[in-house]
Design a protein around this ligand. Structure first.
Ligand SMILES: C[S@@+](CC[C@H](N)C(=O)[O-])C[C@H]1O[C@@H](n2cnc3c(N)ncnc32)[C@H](O)[C@@H]1O
Length: 331
């Protein structure tokens, strides 16, 4: 898989360094090859790599140059096409899929450098629309809460295996679950971590918020459960904070390929989709989730899509969510 670059700019030290502190133990430092010369440029500090991202910390001046390159590069692409961009000086700064996470007073925002005209994607759980959904929802009204929590007590341990922008993790936590959220894409993990930290200080959320696990997947948790000494310290710490428990329910909402090209997809979702793409390992993850959950696995699917099928694993029932469906697999 081609490596992309994620530029990270910190300007509120306390907030963002705590996020980075949790991230860095998982980052490896591969040899930086010649083609990645930019990673060693002035104003950049190479932090290492995770999955398909090289992580680069940048200073104020480099941020300014990068934003200018992003603005001019995006203009060139839309007027004269990709070739003109590739030959321009702006191409020294970034490749088309590179992303930026910058921390401002209102929190962390994520942008794609080839989309300078779009506002960064920021997460703010305090937004009124968001809080209203929480207040109007609840355990009976939200289909996801009915599917995940039916018949289970408050404080049931639920793994949200695909945290994304954290909306459903919040709904499940508000409905009384003890939610641990997993996310494997670094830019998304960073903005979610930051939004949850801010929500933790807000007066609007008088319930136990979801906790974001170390960057990674439920597979990392399962490996730690099976061989604690072989896993990294952050997973060992998580395992001991949960007293080595398996979750009662695993909720799984992978990215589904878009049916129509995104004319009406909201801007936030467009950026999100550009960074994530579609998840290709759904069958494999369903099988893994079924081997880890104690009671059930719930998979979200568009209402037009077939249930995920894996040998030996059958959907038991589903909960209708309007445009989507929650397929439940009893373990
Ligand atoms: C469709 S979004 C989830 C949206 C989420 N339910 C919400 O309410 O915002 C899927 C997210 O899960 C992440 N993801 C997909 N498969 C994953 C896996 N196996 N482990 C961890 N994260 C995963 C993707 O990177 C993406 O951010």
């Amino acid at each position: 898989m081609a490596m992309k670059k994620l530029f990270i700019h910190l300007n509120d030290k306390t907030l963002s360094e705590s996020s980075l502190g949790k991230l860095l133990p998982l980052v490896t430092t591969p040899q930086v090859s010649g083609g990645d010369g930019l990673l060693l440029a002035e104003g950049c500090k190479y932090l290492g790599a995770y999955a398909n991202y090289h992580l680069v910390l940048i200073d104020d001046e480099f941020l300014r140059s990068l934003l200018e390159a992003s603005k001019q590069g995006t203009k060139l692409i839309s007027k004269h096409g990709l070739e003109a961009f590739a030959e321009s000086k702006w191409a020294q700064y970034f490749d088309l899929e590179d992303a930026l996470v910058a921390y401002g007073p209102a929190g962390a925002g994520m942008s794609l450098l080839s989309q300078a005209q779009m506002k960064p994607l920021c997460l703010d759980f305090e937004l009124l629309s968001y809080r209203q959904r929480l207040l109007r929802g609840g355990r009976q009204k939200e289909a996801v809460a009915r599917a995940v929590l039916s018949g289970l007590e408050d404080d049931t341990l639920v793994f949200d295996a695909t945290a994304g922008l954290g909306r459903e993790s919040m709904i499940l936590a508000h409905a009384g679950a003890h939610v641990m959220s997993f996310e494997r894409q670094v830019p998304i993990w960073l903005i979610l971590q930051d939004a949850l930290e801010r929500a933790g200080k807000s007066r609007f959320f008088p319930f136990t918020l979801p906790k974001l696990c170390p960057l990674g997947t439920i597979s990392d948790y399962k490996s730690a459960l099976e061989a604690p000494k072989e896993s990294s310290q952050v997973w060992q710490e998580l395992l001991s904070s949960l007293e080595g428990r398996r979750p009662e329910v695993i909720y799984y909402d992978p990215m589904f390929p878009e049916r129509e090209k995104s004319a009406q997809v909201k801007k936030d979702m467009f950026l999100f989709q550009q960074v994530i793409g579609s998840d290709q390992d759904t069958e494999q993850f369903l099988a893994l989730a079924c081997s880890l959950a104690r009671t059930r696995v719930v998979v979200k699917r568009p209402s037009y899509a077939e249930p995920v099928r894996v040998d030996g694993i059958e959907r038991s029932y589903f909960v209708d969510g309007g445009q989507c469906r929650f397929d439940c697999y009893q373990c």
